[in-house]
Design a protein around this ligand. Structure first.
Ligand SMILES: Cc1cc2nc3c(=O)[nH]c(=O)nc-3n(C[C@H](O)[C@H](O)[C@H](O)COP(=O)(O)O)c2cc1C
Length: 160
């Protein structure tokens, strides 16, 4: 219980999922972890599978990791305690520095994924990429569809 969180089913506490910027964690083939701020996201059901879809621009280092590294990601909704991490993860690139270190982010090993989640998140999801496509006319971003393999909620949410 030192992680202060509980495993939940994918669609619980969804009211905390949508409004805020998330931290998306990805991993290179060499095991290097990177974290990127991400606002464009959905959660729902596709092809009878619980999914999170994220829109990532090809210019991001994260895009390189998602397409050439481990085909997984974790999505983490920061609690107010760690929300400042987004200032680092959304303005600097992991190409040039270790954002985990810079932002003082603490990682938790994935339960179902190689990619870790972030300690202190309100919600965390471990996802396996099952499909990708371009946004077409909407934006230069590509869409990554992740099957939700595990979901967690902070005990602070559960005890509210
Ligand atoms: C609040 C906020 C939300 C963002 N949302 C997205 C997003 O949904 N998709 C995206 O591709 N970039 C988004 N970005 C931009 C990336 O987080 C930013 O370019 C980051 O530095 C990329 O890091 P990387 O090169 O390490 O992947 C957002 C930035 C901020 C500050």
């Amino acid at each position: 219980m030192t992680e202060n969180r509980t495993q939940i089913t994918p669609y619980e506490y969804m009211e905390y999922f949508m409004p805020d910027t998330a931290n998306l964690v990805s991993m290179g083939a060499d095991g290097k972890v990177n974290v990127m701020a991400l606002l464009w996201k959905t959660i729902g059901q596709l092809w009878m599978i619980p999914t999170i879809t994220v829109a990532v621009s090809p210019s991001r280092y994260t895009f390189e990791l998602l397409t050439k590294g481990v085909p997984e990601f974790t999505l983490n909704i920061p609690s107010p305690k760690i929300v400042d991490s987004v200032n680092v993860t959304g303005s600097l690139s992991g190409r040039n520095l270790d954002k985990v270190k810079k932002a003082g982010i603490e990682l938790i090993d994935g339960v179902k994924t190689k990619v870790p989640t972030i300690k202190g998140s309100l919600l965390s999801y471990e996802c396996k990429i099952i499909h990708t496509c371009q946004s077409g006319k909407m934006a230069s971003h590509h869409l990554f569809f992740g099957q939700i393999l595990a979901a967690f909620a902070s005990n602070d949410l559960i005890e509210k």
